[in-house]
Design a protein around this ligand. Structure first.
Ligand SMILES: [Zn+2]
Length: 384
């Protein structure tokens, strides 16, 4: 059996929202090429899997038929009379040729990853093209058209039958609003989002008070952080607030959204993490379930994202990453002739004042999570 699967097709390059759009398909293509160049696909316990597009019934696990038809209309040469009603035709989500097919393929890849893990063909499956967590039931948002995570989770629940529990853990710098919304009143799916506070960043939601409703109270977890939060504070907050909840929930599967726009070089956000901290968070998530699915997500510095996702994949495959980016890929990262380390070298300098601000902000969020959420999982507020 293959322990780890990478779900990939060069057709992920078709999810292209235009030359000036920050969501560049090269993020995903370069990730695949770097994983391959590192030799990670050659081991007997790693497999490369081809996805196929999600059909309309799969898409309907997360979206209304009306919305699905709206996304498809331009691909069929039909004019969509009121695209803004569906979040389409905006700067973030422009209408581009082949959008329906490209978005359905990304969703199909997350479904494939879920099936591989559910069927026991893999213990861990990674779809670097996925993680489009802002897509809503009837509306595109934040570069996201179809919510592949929601579709994959619903499909996994269908396959595994009643009683299966799934934890969705989202470490993208932005709040995972679309996924939270889909499961807000349910307790079979725990959603966790750790993100830069919505006070400073799109989509503005994701406060601790958004904790689920009805039967789902306590099963939507948000951990907002201050701008300039670095590795140490981030990891402390994650271990203090998120890990105990995941351990108490004890999921059958974890679906992790591994957006890496938390990185200090990211042009769209203000967090200050490094690849070292990022991999440690991935390890913390990996410790929560033997069988898990990983999807990509945000991350807008194309010299960072492939390195971070390759390092994450090395962890998934249980292999030691090389110190440097292999020569065949180095031209995409290097500024001069010197070797390019796979991990960051150095990192941001966060001055004492900001360190204090970020620590106090994280302490307040952690305390709020403990007060509001811990009791719903049989945890005492002083558990950690
Ligand atoms: Zn993001």
């Amino acid at each position: 059996m293959s322990r780890t699967a990478l779900v990939y097709t060069p057709k992920f390059g078709d999810y292209d929202l235009g030359p000036s759009h920050p969501l560049k398909p090269s993020r995903v293509i370069r990730t695949y090429e770097l994983i391959r160049a590192c030799g990670f696909l050659e081991g007997p316990s790693v497999s490369l899997e081809q996805p196929s597009a999600a059909d309309e019934d799969l898409l309907a696990l997360a979206h209304s038929r009306d919305y699905i038809a709206a996304v498809r209309a331009p691909s069929e040469g039909r004019i969509l009379p009121r695209p803004f009603d569906y979040g389409l035709g905006t700067i973030d989500n422009p209408i581009v040729d082949g959008m329906y097919q490209a978005a359905a393929l990304v969703a199909g890849a997350s479904v494939r990853a879920a099936e591989l893990v559910a069927d026991g063909a893999a213990e861990i499956a990674f779809n670097p093209g996925g993680g489009l967590h802002h897509a809503h039931r009837e509306r595109a948002s934040g570069f996201c058209v179809f919510n592949d995570s929601v579709i994959a989770i619903e499909h996994l629940l269908e396959k595994c039958g009643d009683g299966a529990k799934i934890a969705y853990v989202d470490i993208d710098a932005h709040h995972g609003d679309g996924v939270q919304e889909a499961f807000y009143d349910r307790r079979d799916v725990l959603t966790v989002s750790v993100h830069e506070s919505g006070r400073y960043l799109f989509p503005t939601t994701g406060s601790v008070e958004e904790s689920g409703e009805g039967e789902g109270e306590g099963f939507s977890v948000n951990l907002p952080l201050s701008p300039y939060t670095g590795d140490d504070v981030y990891l402390w907050a994650f271990k203090e607030a998120v890990t105990p909840i995941l351990e108490a929930f004890s999921p059958d599967f974890v679906l992790a959204q591994l957006g890496v726009d938390t990185h200090y070089q990211d042009p769209l956000t203000h967090l200050c993490c490094t690849t070292q901290g990022y991999v440690m968070v991935v390890e913390e998530i990996a410790a929560q379930a033997e069988r898990w699915i990983a999807v990509g997500g945000g991350g807008y510095d194309v010299t960072v994202v492939p390195r971070a996702w390759t390092l994450a994949f090395a962890r998934m495959a249980g292999v030691e990453p090389p110190e440097n980016v292999p020569d065949s890929e180095a031209e995409h990262y290097r500024r001069d002739d010197s070797p390019v380390p796979l991990h960051d070298v150095g990192g941001p300098k966060i001055d004492e004042d900001w360190l204090r601000v970020t620590r106090e902000f994280a302490e307040a969020s952690v305390s709020d999570v403990k007060q509001r959420i811990f009791k719903c999982h049989g945890l005492a507020e002083d558990d950690a």
